[in-house]
Write a new protein. Structure first.
Length: 280
């Protein structure tokens, strides 16, 4: 069984649509996570710009090359402290939900944001209030997704309110809808406190919400300056054996989307993933 490897489209060179699709196809990638504003900077993708025709135009270009738009990326700050900005972010995400099927896609994905949009990392995100605000925002998005037969994919991360596998499970319990699913990035849950027993962390995540994992983000990490630093796949210390053993047994053909892996590392990272998968 071959591995279903894709990439975030904006990790490729910024190219016009047809050139981008051809380049992805030439590399043997089968899927993309497509964030419209990041991949097509020359196009207006602001609120009110999407239409069935726009979505079909882009979706058809990928489909003609056999490339799946696995996730429509719409990364928003759903807990932005300015409620006017937060409302606009949620409206934008819901517009992506409404037109996702016209792109040939069933998943719209995001992280959960930051209580302080001006800094990358703050432990204020880990408090109860941000979590409850995430629940409120995600619930609103899921209700929209249920109307259109689309999935909301939530990605957790060490610098977000959903910063542990336990928090992700709690979010899923708070919103018991099958239209809420998980974009699992195992590197995102690694910290200085747990990376030395990462296998247990990964296994716990699988046990807590494996049935809700709709796609896997693939990147790697190293320890640098007493901090977790993300690097391209195969250039770090993430244990893919645990993940791939589970995928082989339980989630065949799951979309594996490389993140933060750009040229000149793409071919080597693909080879690394395939060898790991074949040998597990």
């Amino acid at each position: 069984m071959s591995l279903n490897i894709g990439i975030r489209a904006h990790d490729m060179a910024n190219l016009p649509l047809e050139e981008l699709v051809n380049e992805i196809s030439r590399k043997g990638l089968s899927a993309v996570q497509l964030a419209l504003g990041k991949s097509f900077k020359e196009l207006d993708t602001s609120i009110g710009s999407l239409s069935p025709g726009f979505a079909h135009h882009i979706g058809s270009a990928f489909k003609q090359k056999g490339i799946q738009i696995a996730i429509l990326g719409c990364y928003i700050n759903m807990i932005h402290p300015d409620h006017h900005v937060r409302r606009k972010e949620l409206i934008r995400f819901k517009e992506h939900i409404r037109f996702a099927r016209d792109f040939g896609c069933s998943v719209v994905g995001t992280e959960t944001g930051n209580v302080n949009p001006d800094i990358v990392y703050t432990e204020d995100n880990f408090k109860e209030q941000p979590f409850f605000e995430v629940v409120e925002s995600v619930k609103e998005l899921v209700e929209e997704a249920e109307k259109f037969g689309v999935f909301v994919g939530i990605e957790g991360g060490i610098n977000h309110p959903i910063h542990t596998p336990q928090r992700m499970k709690r979010l899923l319990d708070e919103i018991p809808s099958n239209h809420l699913q998980v974009i699992y990035d195992p590197a995102n849950f690694m910290s200085l406190d747990n990376y030395q027993h990462q296998e247990e962390v990964i296994q716990e995540a699988i046990e807590l919400f494996g049935d809700k994992i709709i796609a896997l983000h693939a990147k790697d990490f190293i320890i640098e300056d007493n901090w977790i630093k993300m690097v391209p796949v195969g250039q770090g210390m993430l244990n893919y054996d645990v993940i791939f053993k589970w995928i082989k047994q339980k989630k065949p053909f799951l979309n594996i989307l490389m993140e933060g892996t750009s040229e000149p590392s793409i071919k080597d990272s693909m080879t690394y993933l395939k060898e790991k998968y074949d040998n597990v």
